[in-house]
Design a protein around this ligand. Structure first.
Ligand code: ZN
Length: 134
């Protein structure tokens, strides 16, 4: 049984951005079979597994925007003007734990792994990858 750790760094260019990181993760996997934890080390971002279809990604953005208003008088905005970004992150997840098979993520046909930027643009977003297997 082996353990590997990697850090994936991303620069984002928009307030809301969905970045497909599937191939970057696959390139870092050096074991045949096991599991991987993909963890975003930020409280205004998320890791999501879903379909990379451009219309759906726009729907995802508008759905989150409808659920979490930008206009509400949030307490957190008194000290840091990004409460809506934190609240969107709160509804999603900071990590995914996924299977690895034949040195690749064992995803379904229509599944990709996304980093979701909720408070960009930011430089040096850090995603921690921990891989266990053999
Ligand atoms: Zn904040």
């Amino acid at each position: 049984m082996a353990t590997e750790t990697h850090s994936l760094k991303l620069n984002t260019s928009k307030k809301f951005e969905i970045i497909d990181i599937t191939s970057q993760i696959n390139d870092l996997i050096n074991i045949d079979n096991g599991i991987i934890s993909i963890f975003s080390k930020h409280s205004t971002s998320a890791i999501v597994v879903n379909e990379n279809e451009p219309g759906l990604l726009k729907d995802f953005e508008s759905c989150l925007g409808n659920l979490i208003s930008e206009e509400f008088n949030y307490f957190h905005d008194r000290i840091d003007n990004n409460a809506s970004s934190h609240l969107k992150s709160f509804l999603l997840s900071s990590s995914e734990c996924l299977p690895i098979k034949n040195s690749k993520l064992d995803l379904g046909t229509w599944q990709s792994v996304f980093f979701v930027e909720l408070d960009g643009p930011r430089s040096n977003r850090s995603i921690s990858l921990t891989i266990i297997g053999d």
